[in-house]
Design a protein around this ligand. Structure first.
Ligand code: NAD
Length: 253
């Protein structure tokens, strides 16, 4: 079965300038049918329409709060009855926070883990059994350079811990599902130009961060989207449990 007969799910892909939307476009340009899962149904459907008309693939926009099991179940039941089988899952939905450790409340800590970690669990466990039955699957996690270098970009301790949890999640899952034809990898972007910081990273702080990036600029959504598309290809079947840095050299290890 070719990936052109399959669907790639991208969570959190409705954000206008986000990595998810750029990735959904890149996957569709590569021939994948695409399903956009995001909090806002209208924005998800609008993104799907844009992708279908640009790339001539099937695209579906579905409301989904990845932290809520019932919402994930409803979204995937919807896709089961309307979309081609799921061949790839990009766990992109995420939130960040710069709150310093001594100020992070338990509620904020839990929320960051709920979206970044539990959300990925809710959806991944629902789609990998079908991938295993078909003998093919690609799962990609959006971790962060913050997980590797211990923050230092925008996200604080809670975000760095949640993004590091994703790396362990992906590596352990890669071992379990490798025999079923499913690869599981992570990408760890550095500073990418999106709206995730809500405009809170501007001016001198941003200038200083860019000054520490060897390639001399912050990252673009396309830098990450291209890598994810590569990891989702059928031919990329011998890479699993890996973490790919996309950080312009801001963290070399
Ligand atoms: P973004 O804020 O533009 O997009 C995030 C998307 O996730 C939004 O569309 C939002 O609606 C969605 N989302 C949030 N909570 C959700 C939930 N509970 N259920 C479903 N969808 C939900 O962010 P982005 O910069 O494109 O980031 C995408 C991913 O990449 C995130 O996981 C982020 O942590 C990671 N990342 C981003 C950067 C960066 O510099 N932008 C760097 C490293 C990693």
């Amino acid at each position: 079965m070719s990936h052109t007969d399959l669907t790639a799910i991208v969570t959190g892909a409705a954000s206008t300038r986000g990595i998810g939307r750029g990735t959904a476009h890149a996957l569709a340009a590569d021939g994948w049918n695409v399903s956009i899962l995001d909090l806002d149904e209208g924005a998800a459907k609008e993104t799907a329409d844009e992708i279908a008309s640009t790339h001539g693939v099937q695209a579906f926009g579905v409301a989904c709060d990845v932290t809520d099991e019932a919402s994930v179940e409803a979204a995937l039941a919807n896709l089961d009855s309307s979309a081609p089988p799921i061949g790839a899952l990009v766990n992109n939905a995420g939130i960040t926070s710069p709150t310093r450790f001594h100020d992070v409340t338990g509620a904020e800590w839990d929320r960051i883990f709920a979206v970044n970690v539990r959300g990925a669990y809710n959806i991944t466990r629902r789609v990998t059994p079908g991938m295993a039955e078909r003998g093919f699957g690609r799962v990609v996690f959006l971790s962060s350079v913050s997980a590797e270098r211990g923050g230092g970009v925008f996200g604080g301790v809670a975000y760095s811990a949640a993004k590091a949890a994703q790396l362990g999640f992906a590596r352990a899952l890669a071992r379990e599902v490798g025999p079923d034809g499913i690869t599981v990898n992570s990408v760890a972007p550095g500073l990418i130009d999106t709206d995730i910081t809500g405009g809170a990273l501007e001016g001198d702080t941003k200038t200083q961060l860019v000054a520490g990036i060897p390639v001399g600029r912050n990252g673009r959504v396309a830098d990450v989207a291209d890598l994810i598309t590569f990891l989702c290809r059928e031919q990329t079947g011998y890479i699993t449990g890996a973490t790919y840095d996309v950080n312009g050299g801001s963290h070399i290890h």
